[in-house]
Write a protein that binds this ligand. Structure first.
Ligand code: DQA
Length: 144
């Protein structure tokens, strides 16, 4: 099984960016965690991070026919991007939304998630652990 993990804008700044909200673990720590979880769960993980909405849409489109699950933290595009929602609907690949912080207890503008309207599940507020749970959920549900 192949799972594509997509991270949106500023996730590459983990560890530097607002550590009181997003924690001290770095983007490299996240990449290492994805690698470990992939090996443990015996799933192929491809990781993609972009600060650009269109690049994320392109990546989701390219996943069509090649990827069996998507884990996505759309970051700020969570709250604005109908384009990412439509791309997920277009490829119809099972997807789980992850947020490092607990978005439900943050500002009102973070209370809407467009990509979340497609995703089967949202995991928020667990830090990097949320990515592990999302991968394991997709593996348990969709691996042959
Ligand atoms: C985030 C939450 C978003 O509201 C924010 O814009 C981010 C990160 C999270 O992982 O907690 O960039 O998606």
């Amino acid at each position: 099984m192949k799972i594509l993990v997509i991270n949106g804008p500023n996730i590459n700044m983990l560890g530097i960016r607002e550590p009181d909200i997003y924690g001290k673990e770095t983007f490299s720590d996240l990449m290492a965690l994805l690698n470990t979880v992939g090996k443990e769960a015996q799933v192929e993980i491809e990781q993609f991070q972009s600060n650009h909405e269109g690049s994320i849409v392109d990546k989701i489109q390219e996943a069509y026919g090649t990827v069996q699950g998507i884990v996505i933290n759309p970051a700020a595009y969570t709250h604005t991007s109908v384009a990412i929602l439509d791309a997920l609907k277009a490829v119809a690949i099972p997807a789980v939304e992850v947020h490092i912080s607990d978005v439900s207890s943050r500002e009102p503008f973070r209370q809407i998630s467009y990509p979340g309207m497609y995703c089967e599940k949202t995991i928020a507020g667990l830090g990097l652990e949320g990515y592990r749970q999302a991968i394991l959920y997709l593996k348990e549900k969709y691996a042959d």
